[in-house]
Design a protein around this ligand. Structure first.
Ligand code: ATP
Length: 234
């Protein structure tokens, strides 16, 4: 289907002798938020790292916008349309807010401007553009990490636990931005999330992982009916 931006087939990953991802198949559609749920250690972060080329996969195929990116380097995947917000944010503490955002343009030709939209979404980043990344609060750093991931104009945005260690009011703002990016801007969003209520509020599609496999999936609106909350607690 034309609106399937990301197609993942038979994805397997090992860390040494440990088999972490055990044959994942899923697709992401433009304009939708897909939430990946699962307990600690099931392989959610490894999935995002595998999509980004941060860790090598053992087998399987990753197709982004019709292009096979499985063998590409991370910066080439950014060029192909991935934006990545890693767990823990990974802000450069000694660089300014502006310099952190410009890091998101590394895969683009020199002098490519930052999309003005970043400052519309996160006005606080404009106010604080000269400040050091390390001086920002956790919530502001998360907004900076999302802004940096948007700098190169991604088609698919990967977010790894953006609510971790963040104040409830900022969590709300981040939720609104994620919805807006998918529903109004047409991005395909893949959100790894531990916090069930936040995930359920945002999900158009959900994928539930256990031990490196997708054990349940469906529409976000059916999460409660499908008993995802209970399955997560198992
Ligand atoms: N660099 C690594 N080397 C070896 N094993 C690893 C490495 N990183 C993760 N693992 C193992 O891979 C498994 C999956 O880890 P992963 O971080 O992907 O889980 P997760 O679902 O994202 O959990 P969390 O929510 O805690 O981040 C775990 O058993 C973990 O111990």
């Amino acid at each position: 289907m034309a609106d399937e931006v990301l197609k993942v087939e038979g994805l397997q990953q090992h860390y040494g002798g440990s088999h972490i991802l055990r044959g994942l198949d899923f697709t992401l559609k433009a304009g939708e938020v897909t939430v990946v749920l699962g307990r600690n250690g099931v392989g959610k972060t490894t999935l995002l790292k595998s999509l980004m080329g941060v860790v090598p996969v053992t087998s399987g195929r990753i197709e982004l916008g019709g292009v096979d990116v499985t063998k590409l380097k991370s910066h080439e995947r950014v060029r192909a349309g991935f934006g990545y917000v890693p767990q823990g944010r990974e802000i450069f503490g000694r660089l300014s807010v502006m310099e952190n955002l410009e890091m998101g343009l590394a895969s683009k030709p020199a002098s490519t401007p930052l999309p003005g939209e970043i400052f519309e979404l996160f006005p606080v980043l404009k106010q604080m553009q000269g400040r050091r990344g390390g001086d920002l609060s956790g919530g502001q750093q998360q907004q900076l990490a999302i802004g940096r991931a948007l700098a190169a104009g991604p088609k698919v945005l990967l977010l790894d636990e953006p609510t971790e260690g963040i104040q409830p009011n900022v969590i709300k703002d981040i939720g609104k931005v994620i919805k807006h990016l998918a529903h109004d801007k047409g991005l395909a969003v893949l959100l790894v999330e531990q916090f069930y209520d936040f995930a359920a509020e945002l999900a158009d599609q959900y994928l539930l992982m256990q031990r490196g496999e997708i054990v349940a999936r469906g529409r976000g609106a059916d999460m409660e009916l499908d008993g995802v909350r209970e399955k997560l607690a198992l």
